[in-house]
Design a protein around this ligand. Structure first.
Ligand code: ADP
Length: 272
């Protein structure tokens, strides 16, 4: 009798524990959903007044400014620059909520990644060379077809490149694309300020920024890399970073080739 009573007791405890875990998981999902909706709403609310401020400012600065003193013109330019920064930040926040919404709508097309990536890297050439640095691009055509959401791939490459550019003061930025183990492997390498070892595990966390030692500080929000990671994950890919403080960093993105791993309903067999 004791044995039966014990077993009954432990099954009841299991049922209770299961119910409790389920309730907690549901509560977490609900909080996450509410958080995304909140981000989405405030981003929209911020964007409209910002755009309405930027329009007249741009008009003012593009027109005849001879009536302004040098100081007044400089003040207007500072305002414009900072409003633009804020708009960029708000747009990135919106990107996050769009990803949530887009998970169901991402469209994976066959894309010539070597070509597209070479073009994207090329758009940085003049800025990089103007800053006295070098750009090396070596993207080789892939044998197997890559299916990617083109907008997302552009965001991945552009974010990594703009970081490489921002955090490198001299030397070379290299972009390469290779086929390795049936994956498309993108590497963005720089000879910049690098990342201290203890920071590496946190690089893809939202809002994480490395505290810079010394006098130099860099503008930013700590959003770009976490956005890149979300986009890579949507392609069932991985992103890693290797770095040495003071020497430079290499970010590596790997995306499986072919379409077997993607939701069939979101894959188009023909390029658009
Ligand atoms: P942001 O550049 O706006 O701060 P990111 O999410 O793109 O945000 O990057 C997070 C942090 O990672 C940056 O603040 C910077 O400290 C570090 N970081 C990113 N890319 C590099 C790089 N190529 N070299 C050195 N540090 C980097």
């Amino acid at each position: 009798f004791q044995l039966i009573a014990d077993q009954l007791g432990s099954s009841l405890a299991n049922v209770y524990a299961y119910e409790e875990a389920r309730r907690r998981a549901e509560a977490l999902i609900e909080i996450d959903r509410a958080k995304t909706a909140f981000f989405n709403n405030i981003s929209h609310e911020f964007r409209t007044p910002l755009t309405l401020m930027l329009g007249p400012l741009e008009e003012l600065l593009a027109g005849d400014t001879s009536a302004f003193s040098t100081k007044q013109r400089a003040d207007l330019e500072i305002t414009q620059r900072n409003a633009n920064r804020l708009l960029k930040l708000v747009n990135t926040l919106l990107d996050f909520s769009r990803i949530e919404a887009k998970k169901a709508h991402a469209q994976y097309f066959p894309v010539d990644l070597a070509n597209v990536t070479t073009d994207l890297a090329g758009s940085f050439r003049s800025a990089i060379e103007h800053a006295g640095m070098e750009l090396e691009v070596d993207c080789r055509p892939l044998q197997e077809t890559a299916y990617v959401d083109r907008d997302m791939w552009e965001k991945i490459v552009l974010n990594l490149l703009s970081n490489a550019f921002k955090y490198t003061l001299k030397g070379t930025i290299s972009v390469s694309l290779r086929e390795e183990d049936n994956k498309a492997v993108l590497r963005v390498k720089d000879t910049g300020i690098g990342i201290p070892a203890e920071e590496l595990p946190h690089m893809f966390e939202r809002f994480h920024r490395v505290k810079q030692s010394g006098g130099r500080s860099f503008e930013g929000t700590g959003i770009g890399l976490s956005l890149v990671k979300e986009l890579v994950l949507l392609h069932e890919g991985t992103i890693t970073v290797e770095s040495e403080a003071g020497k430079g960093s290499t970010f590596t993105v790997s995306i499986p080739l072919g379409a077997d791993h993607l939701p069939a309903a979101q894959v188009s067999m023909y390029d658009n």
